[in-house]
Design a protein around this ligand. Structure first.
Ligand SMILES: *[C@@H]1O[C@H](CO)[C@@H](O)[C@H](O)[C@H]1NC(C)=O
Ligand SMILES: *[C@@H]1O[C@H](CO)[C@@H](O)[C@H](O)[C@H]1NC(C)=O
Ligand SMILES: *[C@@H]1O[C@H](CO)[C@@H](O)[C@H](O)[C@H]1NC(C)=O
Length: 401
C-alpha cells in the first residue's frame, strides 16, 4: 500500500564542557527566501558525503532536515559559533530572526499536507532533568521549529537511550528505532530532528508488471532487483549535452520524486557539475513524453555520521571548547559532541488495487521510449510549495540494506 516512504532523523548531542551578540529585526519573510540557500547547502553536503562514501554504497539523507536542525542549534548560539553555523548554511546575509521566521512559515506550509501524503518534519529537545534552558530558547524552538522539549534523566544512560529512541520511533512511525546507541552520562541535551514522509504515487505502478531484472551496480557487478514497469506519459527530459535523462514522478499532494539518470559511465561527470541551477534547468525543460519506465523496487536505510562533513563545511567552533551556546543556557557550558543522521527510503508500486485499476494510460501515438533505471541514479524528493529538497540520494545498489 505504501508507495514511497522515507524518514530521517538527526541527533545533535550537546555535552557539558569546561569552557556575542547580533541585532535582530523582525521582518516577515517567506520560506522561499531560504529555499535557494538550502538547495546550495544540499549540494555542498552531497558533494562532501559523496567524497567519503565507498563506491557502490548508497547515499540518502534529508538536506532539509539537516538545515532545520542546524538552524535550531544556531538559535541557541552566539558569536563565532553562530556565525560559522550561519555561513555554512548559506545564511550569512540573513539574521537569525529572519531565518526563524522563514522556518515558521516553512513548517506551517508543510503542515498542510493531505491524507494521501504524510510529511511530518519537526524537532525535539531532550533536556537533562534539573538542567535549565533559557525560556527564550524554548519559546523560539516551539514557535519557529515545530519543536518540543522533554526532560530525560541522563544519569541513567540506558533509560535515557530508551526514552529518546522511543520518542524518535513515535515521530517516525516506527521506522527509525535505534539512532541513539549510547549516551555519555554527562550529556546535557540532545537535539532531535525528524522527517517522516510517506507518499503515494499519483499514478501507481501495476504490480502485475513487476519482474526480476538485472541492475548494474558497476561494470563488474550486477544484482537482481524487482523491476517495476509503467507505460504512459511522463514529465521527461533527455539532456544530451549534459549526459543525463530526467523523469519526474509526482506523489499525491505537493511532492515529487525527481530522478536523474546519468548516461552509462557518466555518474561521476554528472556528480561533478550537478547543482541547484541544473536541477532547475532540468525541471523547467521537462515535457510529456511516452515512456516505458523501468524502476527498481527498493528499500534502503542509510546512517551517515555528519561530524567530519560539518567540520569541513566550516562548523568547527560548535564542537570545540570555545563553543558559545549561551543562548541555550547561561549556567552551563555546552558544545556539540556528535551529529548523527539516519534516513530510510522505500519505493514500491504503491498501489491499492483500486488505485491501480484507475490508472488507465493514454495510448501513445508514437512509440514509447524506454527509460531503464538499471544502473546507479540520483533521487531528489522535492516539496513544491516550499521548494525544498526534502531528501537527496544516490541509489548505487537497490539491494543493499
Ligand atoms: C493483476 O492480475 C490479476 C490476476 O491476473 C488481475 O485480476 C488484476 O486485475 C491485475 N491487476 C491489474 C491492475 O491489471
Ligand atoms: C550542459 O549543457 C549546456 C548546453 O546545453 C552546456 O552549455 C554546458 O556546458 C553543459 N554543462 C556541462 C557541465 O557539461
Ligand atoms: C499544496 O500547497 C498549497 C500551498 O502552496 C496548499 O494550499 C495545499 O494545501 C497543498 N496541497 C497539499 C496536498 O498538500
Amino acid at each position: 500500500m505504501r508507495g514511497i516512504f522515507a524518514i530521517c532523523s538527526l541527533t545533535a548531542l550537546l555535552l557539558a564542557v569546561a569552557q556575542a551578540d547580533h541585532h535582530l529585526h523582525h521582518e516577515a519573510m517567506k520560506c522561499h527566501a531560504i529555499s535557494s540557500l538550502n538547495a546550495d547547502f544540499a549540494f555542498a553536503l552531497y558533494r562532501n558525503i559523496n567524497g567519503r562514501t565507498a563506491p557502490g554504497k548508497n547515499i540518502f539523507m534529508s538536506p532539509l532536515g539537516l538545515s532545520a536542525a542546524l538552524s535550531m542549534l544556531s538559535t541557541g548560539a552566539r558569536g563565532k559559533t553562530q556565525a560559522q553555523l550561519f555561513s555554512s548554511l548559506g545564511y550569512a546575509d540573513l539574521d537569525q530572526a529572519r531565518v526563524n521566521e522563514a522556518y515558521s512559515h516553512l513548517f506551517q506550509m508543510l503542515g498542510q499536507s493531505q491524507q494521501e501524503q504524510k510529511l511530518d518534519l519537526g524537532n525535539s529537545v531532550a533536556v537533562r532533568t534539573g538542567f535549565n534552558t533559557l525560556q527564550t530558547y524554548r519559546t523560539d524552538i516551539q514557535n519557529h521549529y515545530n519543536g518540543e522539549v522533554f526532560p530525560v534523566d541522563f544519569s541513567n544512560p540506558s533509560e535515557a537511550v530508551g526514552k529518546i529512541n522511543r520518542h524518535i520511533a513515535t515521530k517516525t512511525q516506527d521506522k527509525i528505532k535505534d539512532i541513539v546507541k549510547d549516551l555519555d552520562p554527562s550529556i546535557a541535551m540532545v537535539l532531535i530532528n525528524y522527517v517522516y514522509f510517506r507518499g503515494q504515487w499519483e499514478r501507481p505502478f501495476n504490480k502485475n508488471l513487476t519482474e526480476k531484472a538485472d541492475f548494474h551496480v558497476d561494470e563488474n557487478t550486477k544484482v537482481e532487483v524487482d523491476m517495476m514497469k509503467k507505460m504512459g506519459r511522463f514529465d521527461y527530459y533527455h539532456d544530451h549535452d549534459n549526459h543525463t535523462t530526467i523523469v519526474l514522478l509526482p506523489y499525491k499532494g505537493n511532492t515529487s520524486m525527481l530522478i536523474v539518470l546519468p548516461d552509462e559511465n557518466k555518474m561521476e561527470v554528472v556528480e561533478g557539475f550537478i547543482n541547484k541551477d541544473y536541477l532547475r534547468h532540468w525541471h523547467n525543460s521537462l515535457y510529456k513524453n511516452n515512456l516505458n519506465l523501468f524502476m527498481p523496487k527498493f528499500s534502503i536505510s542509510v546512517d551517515t555520521s555528519m561530524d567530519e562533513t560539518l567540520k569541513e563545511m566550516g562548523i568547527t567552533e560548535a564542537y570545540s571548547d570555545m563553543a558559545d551556546f549561551s543562548a541555550i543556557s547561561e549556567e552551563i557550558k555546552l558544545k556539540v559532541s556528535k551529529v548523527s543522521h539516519k534516513a530510510v527510503l522505500s519505493v514500491d508500486e504503491t498501489g491499492t488495487e483500486a488505485a491501480a485499476a484507475t490508472t488507465i494510460e493514454i495510448m501513445p501515438m508514437s512509440l514509447p521510449v524506454d527509460m531503464r533505471l538499471n544502473r546507479p541514479f540520483l533521487v531528489f524528493i522535492i516539496e513544491h510549495s516550499t521548494r525544498s529538497i526534502i531528501f537527496a540520494g544516490k541509489i548505487n545498489n537497490p539491494t543493499a540494506a
